[in-house]
Design a protein around this ligand. Structure first.
Ligand code: AVI
Length: 320
């Protein structure tokens, strides 16, 4: 047996709260090691995700944008002007901002886990759209959603584009959507982007692009874990793996150890055999019928569905 390589870097000091450290530790110590996809998004991770969205292989962003461009006016008729637009996982706020001229919201509430990224986007938006009240909220969408009292209950329109719902398991997605349903009130709704099942070759390429941006995004997670948990991962010892799991209808992303190695972090350590993996992300792909059922399970009624000609992506509106 080959002795595991120990990292040349010493383990450091954790830079996160006890709950985050416990979550990271539990994932790394599980028989099938895993981490939550929320740990992708430090500042570099957010920028790498923006770069992914520009890749020719990564069809979801441009396909969804084309659906908004073609059908945005129809969506706006569904929703009506003067709503409070609550943008879940807003990132750079660009998607919502491109719809402002059509949707004409009274208030915009961008919600994101990355505070630096959000503040930067909001200060630019305030200059471009001085008539819209902008109320940013830094929040982790894997935790219960609590909107501040400055967000009125009437006419709340939740906006969840980009198919991020696919990064939850279907069970978690229902729980998340139920929570949104509870926050919607009686006269609100949800406009959501959903990535659809398609040729696995298209899916595999979208998550394993030719120039390695998605690989960098996946590997950057290790740098972020080094920072958060004081871990001593060496990204060069790991490789990016992504494939469509047909039985589960999801893309899986993993990091695979290139050699036998061991990793330490604050309060924990683990050895990995060569070829052993950390499961870093799932990205579920739905049919329109399947996602309609999921929304119904969460208490929503679908009243609008818009897709591209190839049926690669859907934007759905669900009413309370
Ligand atoms: C954010 N989310 C919808 C992306 C996806 O497609 O599941 C994250 C991503 N992971 C790799 N590429 C993009």
């Amino acid at each position: 047996m080959v002795a595991p390589q120990t990292s040349s870097k010493p383990a450091g000091v954790a830079q996160c709260d006890a709950a985050t450290l416990a979550d990271i530790s539990a994932g790394l110590l599980a028989p099938q090691a895993s981490t939550s996809p929320k740990y992708f998004y430090d500042s570099l991770g957010s920028h790498l995700f923006e770069a992914i969205c520009e890749l020719p292989e990564y069809y979801p962003t441009r396909t969804e944008a084309a659906i908004f461009a073609q059908h945005g006016a129809d969506m706006a008729r569904h929703i009506g002007a003067d709503a409070t637009l609550v943008d879940l996982g807003a990132g750079n706020c660009a998607k919502a901002a491109s719809l402002f001229p059509l949707l004409q919201p009274r208030q915009y509430v961008p919600v994101d886990i990355s505070s630096d990224f959000l503040q930067q986007a909001v200060s630019q938006l305030r200059q471009r759209f001085p008539a819209i009240m902008i109320t940013p909220l830094v929040a982790d969408l894997s935790q219960p959603l609590v909107l501040p009292p400055s967000v009125p209950l009437a006419r709340r329109q939740f906006f969840y584009p980009g198919s991020s719902i696919g990064n939850f398991t279907p069970h978690e997605a229902i729980a998340f959507l139920r929570q949104v349903r509870e926050n919607v009130g009686v006269d609100g709704g949800l406009l959501i982007g959903v990535d659809l099942v398609k040729d696995p070759a298209v899916l595999d390429a979208a998550y394993d692009d030719a120039i390695g941006v998605t690989a960098a995004f996946n590997l950057n997670l290790l740098r972020h874990l080094n920072y958060l948990a004081g871990a001593n991962f060496e990204p060069a010892q790991w490789r990016h793996v992504a494939f469509f799991n047909d039985a589960e209808s999801r893309i899986e992303m993993h990091l695979e150890a290139r050699c036998a190695l061991s990793v330490q972090w604050q309060g924990g350590e683990r050895s990995f055999a060569q070829g052993e993996r950390i499961h870093t992300e799932n990205s579920y792909k739905y049919t329109v019928a399947g996602f309609t059922r999921l929304l119904a399970d969460a208490g929503f009624r679908v009243d609008g569905t818009w897709t591209d000609d190839a049926h690669w992506f859907a934007v759905m509106h669900a009413a309370a």
